[in-house]
Design a protein around this ligand. Structure first.
Ligand SMILES: [Zn+2]
Length: 459
């Protein structure tokens, strides 16, 4: 019985919703796409089958912090046959992990790493039973955008034809299944639980400009508990963190320009409640893993319902009441549209590339990589689709700011989900929601003792 295996390996008495179905499907060697909300035990879905099958598992993961998090989780659990190779490691650590690859039960790698032929050679003879695509939505969301290697994962997976593929994600936009089936040339068995998280209330506020927004924000942060503020630009990330700091709160920033070590430090301070507030760009918020986050504030709207659910899903992983608040002012739409559409690859770019004409270097690089796997016609079709989807998601989010119906129902409808059980504290359109009241500590100005005062006087 599967439940006995669960008890034996993990000591749990029952599965969380979706886990058992996913594991059963994987054990029947069906390629499986598991859609489970954040914090509902996704990693168990590949860990338990790994122990049962007694074959190594390859986990392809998009972010260093996600890998580190799972490696740590496994090691805490007493599992030492784990390897992980990423760009945040020093040479010794890397060499050590490479040496251990062959005897590892769990191997964590990034798509960019595996697609290098000399790296691929390190794993090509390993008899994987399972290949896991962690955060599988990134394949279609990033693969055609800024991480083209993601769209080529199929190339690698074909090499392990005996392995079962397990895609795991907390967010499944309507097109995800078709995308994954096409990218991996397979037909996934889908196991889906609701993406709704009833312990997160949904709120939205409109303002006339940024000044008003910041004023509201600084007051709200007084008692918002552990909070992530998502912004859509690095510049605003720093500006906002500064304003928050000047207000007396300890805060940290978290975005792509910081080094791996810097991000680790901020994450660590946040985790240990040394700082109550983090300002993050949405691309990097995914790596933040803290169970008792009470508030997620979107200083700018998310660009799609999938991103929004993914980001607010960071809150309340301990099951306690939490809140999501999105903010908007009219100038934001310009910012969001620039972010979404400016750097998109168009059919003109593909045509130009095909004819050997000039294409902007970063676009050229992406088309070059993708054209090793896709025909030009396929690429034109892919980019047209990508554009259309981005637009659909964006329009849905614009509708969110002027909504007068239930926010939860509106978001779920986008994923084809009907809300069956609405929580009592649902959204600001349903009820008058009182915001959470958990005080955030402020900096204490330290008093100098007389010796220090003297020392300062004579410096
Ligand atoms: Zn509602």
């Amino acid at each position: 019985m599967l439940i006995d295996e669960l008890k034996h390996w993990f000591g749990f008495d029952s599965f969380k919703p979706g886990q058992e179905e996913i594991i059963q499907s994987v054990l029947k060697q069906k390629n499986t796409l598991g859609i489970l909300p954040t914090g509902s035990g996704k990693s168990l879905c590949y860990q338990l089958p790994t122990y049962i099958k007694k074959q190594p598992t390859l986990i392809i993961s998009p972010l260093i912090s996600l890998m580190d998090d799972q490696v740590m989780q496994l090691k805490t659990h007493g599992e030492h046959n784990v390897s992980c190779i990423h760009s945040g490691m020093d040479d010794d650590e890397r060499a050590n992990n490479i040496k251990n690859l062959k005897k590892s039960r769990f191997i964590f790698l990034s798509p960019e790493f595996i697609l290098q032929p000399h790296n691929f050679r390190l794993i090509k003879n390993i008899n994987f039973g399972l290949v896991v695509l962690d955060e599988a939505h990134c394949l279609s969301e990033w693969g055609y955008d800024f991480r083209p290697h993601y769209a080529l994962i199929g190339k690698i997976i074909q090499q392990f034809s005996y392995a079962t593929i397990l895609g795991l994600t907390a967010t499944a936009p309507p097109h995800l299944l078709a995308d994954l089936n096409q990218m991996l040339r397979t037909n996934f068995n889908v196991i889906k639980t609701s993406m709704n998280r009833n312990n997160i209330s949904l709120n939205h506020k409109n303002f006339s400009d940024d000044e008003e927004k910041i004023k509201w924000l600084l007051t709200t942060l007084e008692q918002s508990g552990p909070t992530i503020i998502y912004v859509s630009s690095k510049k605003i990330c720093s500006m906002l963190a500064q304003a928050i700091y000047q207000q007396g709160f300890l805060t940290g920033i978290y975005h792509g320009d910081l080094s791996y070590q810097e991000r680790q430090t901020v994450q660590h301070q946040f985790l240990n409640n040394e700082i109550p507030i983090i300002v993050a760009t949405s691309a990097f918020g995914m790596g933040i893993n803290k169970k008792d986050i009470r508030t997620i504030i979107h200083f700018h709207l998310s660009t799609s319902p999938s991103n929004y659910l993914q980001e607010i899903g960071r809150a309340g992983r301990d099951g306690n009441q939490s809140q999501a608040i999105s903010l908007f002012q009219p100038d934001d739409s310009f910012l969001l549209e620039t972010l979404l559409f400016t750097d998109m690859i168009t059919n003109e770019d593909v045509n130009a590339f095909e004819l050997g004409l000039d294409v902007i270097p970063f676009k050229k690089e992406i088309i070059e990589i993708l054209s090793s796997y896709y025909t030009y016609n396929e690429l034109r079709h892919i980019f047209e689709n990508t554009y259309q989807r981005k637009r659909n998601g964006y329009i849905r989010m614009l509708g969110y700011k002027n909504l007068d119906q239930c926010r939860r129902a509106y978001l779920m409808e986008f994923f084809g989900e009907n809300l069956s059980d609405k929580p009592e504290i649902c959204c600001d359109n349903d009820t008058n929601i009182e915001l959470i009241k958990i005080f955030n500590r402020k900096k204490v100005k330290r008093k100098f003792d007389y010796k220090e005062k003297l020392k300062n006087l004579f410096k």
